[in-house]
Design a protein around this ligand. Structure first.
Ligand code: AP5
Ligand code: MG
Length: 206
C-alpha cells in the first residue's frame, strides 16, 4: 500500500506516520526529516534548504522531488511506503504521479487555530527525532534513545505563522487534487492521537 499523509503543519502527520509505519511495516518517508538530516550533516542540499525552512517557506520543488524519487527506488519501498509531507505543491503531486502509484491519501483535517499551540509546544529529540509535547512530556532527555530534547527552529511563533500561510497557499489545493482522483479520505485531526490512529486503521482495514 502506497500512502500519503496530507495536513497542515502540526496536524499530526509525523505522529501518525510513526504508528502507521510500525503497524504495517512500511517505511516512513518524511521530506522534513530528510531535509533536517541534511542540514545537520551540512550537505549541499542541507545548506540550500535551511534558508527556506527557517523562514517557513517551501524548499524548491526540484530539490524535494529528486529526494523522493531516489528514496522510492530503494528496496524497502517495494511493498509499500508512507509519504509524510510530500507532495506539498501541485507540481510535486503531478511529478509524483509520473514515478509512483498512490493508493490512498489521508488528509488530517484540523482547526488551524489550535496549530500554533501544538507547534509551539512541540519538542523533538535531536538524535532520533521522536516527537513530544510539553503538556505531556517535561523531561529534557528522550525516552527512546536518551538524546537531548530540543525545540525545532521553525517552531517559533513567527515562523509557525509563515508556515501556516505557506500551507494555505501552496499545499491546501492538493486536497481537491486527490479528491478528484477519488483517493482522498478526510480524517478528523482534532481528536486524540489514539483516536486519529484508530480512524486511519479502520479505513485501511476496508
Ligand atoms: P515538515 O517537517 O514536514 O513540517 P510540517 O509539514 O510543517 O509538519 P510538522 O512536522 O510541523 O507537523 P506534523 O503534522 O508532522 O505534526 P506532529 O505529528 O509533529 O517540514 C518542515 C519544512 O521542510 C517545511 O516548512 C518546508 O520548508 C520543508 N519541506 C518539507 N517537505 C517539503 C516538500 N515536500 N516541499 C517543499 N518543502 C518541504 O505534531 C505536532 C505536535 O502536536 C506534536 O507536539 C505532537 O505531539 C502533537 N500532536 C500530534 N497529534 C496530536 C493530537 N491528535 N492531539 C494532540 N496533540 C497532538
Ligand atoms: Mg512532521
Amino acid at each position: 500500500m502506497n500512502i500519503i499523509l496530507l495536513g497542515a503543519p502540526g496536524a499530526g502527520k509525523g505522529t501518525q506516520a510513526v504508528k502507521i509505519a510500525e503497524k504495517y511495516k512500511i517505511p516512513h518517508i518524511s521530506t522534513g526529516d530528510i531535509l533536517r538530516k541534511n542540514i545537520k550533516d551540512g550537505t549541499p542540499i542541507g545548506l540550500k534548504a535551511k534558508a527556506y525552512i527557517d523562514k517557513g517557506a517551501l524548499v524548491p520543488d526540484e530539490v524535494v522531488i529528486e529526494i523522493v524519487k531516489n528514496r522510492l527506488n530503494e528496496a524497502d519501498c517495494k511493498n509499500g511506503y508512507l509519504l509524510d509531507g510530500f507532495p506539498r505543491t501541485v507540481p510535486q503531486a503531478v511529478s509524483l504521479d509520473e514515478f509512483a502509484k498512490i493508493d490512498i491519501v489521508f488528509n488530517i483535517d484540523i482547526d488551524l487555530n489550535i496549530l500554533v499551540d501544538r507547534l509551539s509546544g512541540r519538542r523533538v529529540c535531536a538524535s532520533c527525532g521522536a516527537t513530544y509535547h510539553v503538556t505531556s512530556y517535561s523531561s529534557e532527555i528522550c525516552s527512546q534513545c536518551n538524546g537531548n530534547i530540543i525545540q525545532r527552529n521553525d517552531d517559533m511563533p513567527e515562523t509557525v505563522r509563515a508556515r501556516l500561510k505557506t500551507y494555505t497557499l501552496q499545499t491546501q489545493p492538493l486536497i481537491s487534487y486527490y479528491a478528484d482522483k477519488n483517493i482522498l479520505v478526510n480524517i478528523d485531526g482534532n481528536t486524540s492521537i489514539d483516536k486519529v490512529f484508530e480512524d486511519i486503521v479502520e479505513v485501511l482495514k476496508r
